[in-house]
Design a protein around this ligand. Structure first.
Ligand code: ADP
Ligand code: ARG
Length: 373
């Protein structure tokens, strides 16, 4: 099935570029008022002013996406931190009046900025952050990729999922050496196996309400799955939030080893798959928080002293451009005193600069932990 831009996968008709329907505008109006009077602290609420809303509410991309498709998640989940997704790649430009300030607030990336060319840099720059294994439980680095020729989740038909999965898996199956592995489709995966993979931090969770509201979970579990090597140190998520989430992870704090493995993996995959990259935003992703390098480099770390005052830990993390998440990932709480600390910015910096930001930040946090009373 080839991707036809003129055929909308929502209504299966040739809606093409044009205006949002009266029904969509009516839904938007009602939801806008609710959001405006809510106590949401999302970037959506902050930047969707009445003027911008009125400007954007009638627009529609050539994929058939409207403002409603981009902001539905934030409208239904007032506890969103961001609240928007690009329903298709055109949304970043057609709804730029909303996306640009949100992107700047999240990444510090201005309207006039451009993502630098891909630069992994020397992979041997980073050492083990915790050689005595006292604080860091594990290290994980992931990046996201969108395959050329396919839209983002909300515009994907069941056949798109089947076709893209076939294409990605045939490439993954050719990998060798430390990247050799097996693909495990979600379709037909026993529930206990799935849960075990989720609980061990390898597999994406199911039923993310932010993604569901964004229409990103349609046709689930068709086309979704996970590929991993024997040691589960190289893994690829297929068609969760993005077409690919490529990740390397291992116990301990050896950032250098994990980074080297990830760079090798992405380099291999790029030989066989074509990924969408824009001059302005670098690698294009469904969520604006992942644009650019798309790298989230994290450690699962125990910081008993700093974590006794969470406001202090969060302020310190912010100082080093780090984000604090719970143990099971985004929107979760810490379990057993383990926190997920990762780089917050991914756009406007090279891959190597992003890694350096994370590496320096975690080193500094560790110094604070060691010297805290
Ligand atoms: P993403 O990292 O892809 O944005 P999440 O924040 O939901 O998504 O995390 C996905 C999974 O990766 C979760 O199970 C989380 O616990 C796990 N994870 C993240 N960082 C680490 C790490 N450093 N060590 C082990 N597991 C990790
Ligand atoms: N939409 C969610 C929110 O605003 C998640 C944003 C970032 N995370 C992501 N997985 N894209 O809180």
């Amino acid at each position: 099935m080839s991707l036809s831009k003129s055929k909308c996968t929502r209504c299966e008709e040739s809606c093409g570029k044009g205006k949002a329907s009266v029904d969509v505008i009516r839904k938007l109006e009602a939801a806008f008022d609710k959001l405006a009077s809510s106590n949401s602290t999302s970037l959506l609420k902050r930047y969707l002013t009445r003027t911008i809303f009125d400007d954007l509410k009638t627009r529609k991309t050539s994929f058939g996406s409207t403002l409603l498709d981009c902001i539905q998640s934030g409208l239904e989940n007032f506890d969103s931190s961001i609240g928007v997704y690009a329903a298709d790649p055109e949304c970043y430009s057609l709804f730029a009046e909303l996306f640009d300030p949100i992107i700047e607030a999240y990444h510090g990336f201005k309207k006039s900025d451009r993502q630098p060319p891909t630069a992994w840099g020397p992979v041997d720059t980073f050492a083990n952050l915790d050689p005595k294994d006292e604080y860091i439980v594990s290290t994980r680095i992931r990046c996201c990729r969108t395959v050329k020729g396919y839209p983002f989740n909300p515009c994907m038909a069941a056949d798109h999922y089947r076709e893209i999965e076939r294409q990605i898996v045939s490439v993954l199956n050719e990998l060798s050496g430390e990247y050799r592995g097996i693909y495990h489709p979600l379709t037909g995966m026993p529930k206990d196996v799935q849960q075990n993979l989720i609980d061990s931090h390898y597999l994406f969770k199911e039923g993310d309400r932010f993604l569901q509201s964004a229409n990103a979970c349609r046709h689930w579990p068709t086309g979704r799955g996970i590929f991993f090597n024997d040691k589960k140190t190289f893994l690829v998520w297929v068609c969760e939030e993005d077409h690919l989430r490529i990740m390397c992870m291992q116990p301990g704090g050896n950032v250098g080893e994990v980074y080297r493995r990830l760079v090798g993996a992405v380099t291999e995959l790029e030989k066989k798959l074509t990924f969408i990259r824009s001059d302005r935003f670098g690698y294009v992703t469904f969520c604006p928080t992942n644009l650019g390098t798309t790298i989230r480099a994290s450690v699962h770390i125990k910081l008993p002293k700093l974590a006794s005052n969470m406001d202090k830990l969060k302020n310190l993390a912010e100082k080093y451009h780090l984000q604090v998440r719970g143990t099971a990932g985004e929107h979760t709480e810490s379990e057993g005193g383990v926190y997920d600390l990762s780089n917050k910015r991914r756009l406007g910096l090279t891959e190597h600069e992003v890694m350096k930001e994370m590496y320096t930040g975690i080193s500094e946090i560790l110094k604070h932990e060691k010297s805290a009373k």
